[in-house]
Design a protein around this ligand. Structure first.
Ligand SMILES: C[S@@+](CC[C@H](N)C(=O)[O-])C[C@H]1O[C@@H](n2cnc3c(N)ncnc32)[C@H](O)[C@@H]1O
Length: 260
């Protein structure tokens, strides 16, 4: 499999696999896409929703360049939010490629280069503390063979697009992911195609745990830029906790199928 380093429109690098016709990120901007889909609609959204959530467990499908992990490490420090980040990667990058990625430079965080390199060079399957806010573990295994020890609050689903890897966008896969999440967890992905949404819905993701409000504008303009943003769930909002403790309310929620 031949992989090539290319530059995207925001100046950040990504990787192209010409034979498969895929890139690791949107050619319109790797950093821009990851910030929008995974940090804004994922980690920031989760922290806003839960206010002080304790340690946030993130599971990423497809470590690849490590861009999502690097941006999450930065965000964890800015938000002073403890994060445990677990990721699987079936086809790790060669050193020649990962050492040429320009993310630390583009983000104007050259001091993070050793930590970014460490993400790529560290031992598989071992949890390491990369910063006081961010612990990291990567697994060299395909998603299908992976089982998570502790369910995640957040899943970054970053497989190649359904056209290239249809087997990774099926109802069965979303069922596996659903089982890897805590109740109230959030799944974010860049893909908002209709049949992917239906597969998510059939696996129970749209209605209960995770995802609904998909930005249709992005899905028609450029699917690589689309994101899946979870709906507001008042039952998880700490400010409405007292309302949900009213006598008899739990029975009403149960009767009307609204228990999360
Ligand atoms: C779209 S790329 C995204 C990578 C990464 N999140 C990034 O920001 O660079 C998809 C990644 O998933 C990996 N991958 C593909 N199939 C996989 C599988 N079945 N299990 C685990 N990883 C897989 C690829 O090698 C690639 O690194």
């Amino acid at each position: 499999m031949k992989r090539e380093l290319i530059q995207t429109a925001d100046g950040s690098s990504t990787i192209s696999i010409p034979d498969a016709g895929v890139t690791y990120h949107s050619i319109h901007g790797a950093i821009r896409e990851s910030m929008h889909v995974f940090i804004e609609a994922g980690l920031r959204h989760f922290i806003r929703l839960h206010h002080t959530p304790g340690t946030v467990r993130i599971f990423e499908m497809g470590f690849g360049t490590g861009l999502n992990a690097l941006l999450s490490l930065i965000e964890a420090g800015v938000a002073r939010q403890a994060v445990i980040y677990e990721t699987v990667e079936a086809y790790p990058l060669e050193e020649k490629i990962y050492s040429s990625l320009n993310y630390c430079e583009q983000l104007q965080r050259p001091e993070l280069l050793p930590v970014f390199q460490q993400m790529h060079t560290c031992t598989w399957n071992q949890l390491i503390e990369l910063t006081p806010w961010f612990s990291f573990r990567k697994w060299n295994t395909p998603l299908a063979h992976f089982s998570i020890a502790q369910p995640a609050h957040l899943i970054y689903y970053d497989a190649f697009a359904p056209g290239a890897q249809p087997e990774l966008w099926t109802e069965a896969v979303f069922q596996q992911l659903n089982g890897m999440m805590k109740p109230g967890g959030i799944l974010t992905t860049y893909c908002s195609k209709g049949d992917v949404r239906r597969a998510m819905m059939a696996a129970g993701l749209l209605d209960c745990k995770a995802v609904s409000n998909i930005s249709a504008d992005y899905s028609t303009a450029n699917p690589k830029l689309g994101s899946v943003i979870p709906p507001y769930n008042s039952q998880l909002d700490p400010y409405s906790q007292s309302y949900f403790q009213f006598f008899g309310l739990s029975k009403t929620l149960e009767r009307t199928g609204q228990v999360n």
